[in-house]
Design a protein around this ligand. Structure first.
Ligand SMILES: NC(=O)c1ccc[n+]([C@@H]2O[C@H](COP(=O)([O-])OP(=O)(O)OC[C@H]3O[C@@H](n4cnc5c(N)ncnc54)[C@H](OP(=O)(O)O)[C@@H]3O)[C@@H](O)[C@H]2O)c1
Length: 306
């Protein structure tokens, strides 16, 4: 929770800046003039109403724009190997890394706050392959706080558990079907009057899709990376945790890999951009981290051809 009004303002500005940046819209282009030079009528607003006004303007600005960014999230050994898993045991090569896992959870769950007057709230979605779904401990399925979508050739024979955000996990036959389903069921507020907009099980608010994360495994990453540019599911970012040491790439049983990242097509971004895109604090994402004897670092690739 926040300690003071100043903290709230800073946090809302920071989140809105992240939101605007994620839409390639400059915060300074959209709202900064209202902060710097409030009109006289603003003086009659109470603080909560002012906050609502600001947030609604940010949402309107963002949600009437094109589709949400689609981001791949992966942890791998360094290029060129890019090892991510062991097929026999259907798990990752390295031990559980709590701070890396909580980074993943925060980033994939983070959404803008909803105005108190709104009838909707935001949710992110995670799309994964059936094997990755099965690699999750049952108590974390579906992944909490996110809409879960699972890709399988047998999707028609599978049904959701009815648990979790959006009313349970959704089974689809490919990534594009998943993205289409998400956009149809959780459309932005501008078109919500004609939407199916599922109600959130806790707050009774309709859910609106904010961002989509494709979280693996190897087969699903490859499908996503190979999508044509005009696909609704075309990914433009990779949040890439590089596991630097020990070297797991040659360890016995490591046989699942991330597809090659073509540096003619993808550009590595700096830490400031990583902060903008994830909403994380700089200290959290900069420098090499060490945990459980494993060294790793957070990174971001962006599609230069997007
Ligand atoms: N390091 C990381 O960041 C990370 C992240 C995620 C996963 N992993 C690791 O990756 C491994 C799992 O990856 P994986 O590549 O074996 O499996 P996966 O991509 O998670 O799932 C594969 C499944 O997706 C479905 N699928 C694949 N292609 C399809 C298509 N064209 N159309 C419809 N459905 C399709 C199939 O499901 P059906 O068989 O049901 O048809 C297939 O068996 C595990 O070791 C896991 O720990 C690592």
């Amino acid at each position: 929770m926040f300690e003071s009004c100043g903290d709230v303002c800073r946090e809302e500005k920071r989140r809105a800046r992240v939101l605007c940046n994620s839409r390639r819209t400059k915060w300074s282009d959209s709202l900064a003039p209202n902060f710097g030079h409030p009109t006289r009528s603003f003086a009659f607003y109470s603080f909560p109403r002012l906050l609502d006004f600001i947030l609604t303007a940010v949402y309107k600005n963002s949600t009437t724009m094109a589709s949400p960014p689609i981001t791949l999230v992966v942890a791998s050994t360094p290029a060129p190997t890019l090892a991510i898993g062991k097929s026999l045991t259907n798990n990752m090569p390295w031990p559980r890394l709590p701070s890396e896992m909580s980074y993943f959870a925060r980033v994939t769950r983070r959404v803008p706050p909803h105005p108190t007057t709104a009838t909707h709230k935001y949710a992110n979605a995670v799309i994964m392959g059936r094997k990755t779904w099965e690699s999750l401990p049952p108590k974390y399925r579906p992944l909490p706080g996110r809409i879960n979508v699972i890709v399988s050739r047998n999707s028609s024979t599978r049904s959701g558990s009815g648990k979790g955000v959006g009313g349970g996990e959704f089974w689809v036959g490919d990534i594009e079907e998943g993205v289409g389903l998400l956009r149809q069921k959780f459309p932005p507020p501008s078109s919500s009057s004609s939407s199916e907009g599922k109600e959130d099980e806790v707050a009774g608010l309709s859910l609106q899709l904010h961002q989509i994360f494709i979280i693996g495994g190897s087969q699903i990453y490859k499908l996503a990376m190979d999508l044509p540019k005009d696909s609704a599911a075309y990914p433009t970012r990779i949040l890439h945790t590089t596991v630097l040491s020990p070297d797991y790439s040659n360890e016995e049983g490591v046989d699942v890999f991330f597809p090659p990242i073509d540096e003619g097509e993808w550009r590595k971004s700096g830490v400031e951009r990583l902060v903008e895109v994830t909403g994380e604090e700089q200290a959290t994402v900069e420098d090499v981290k060490k945990e459980e004897g494993v060294e790793f670092e957070f990174g971001l690739w962006e599609r230069s051809t997007a």
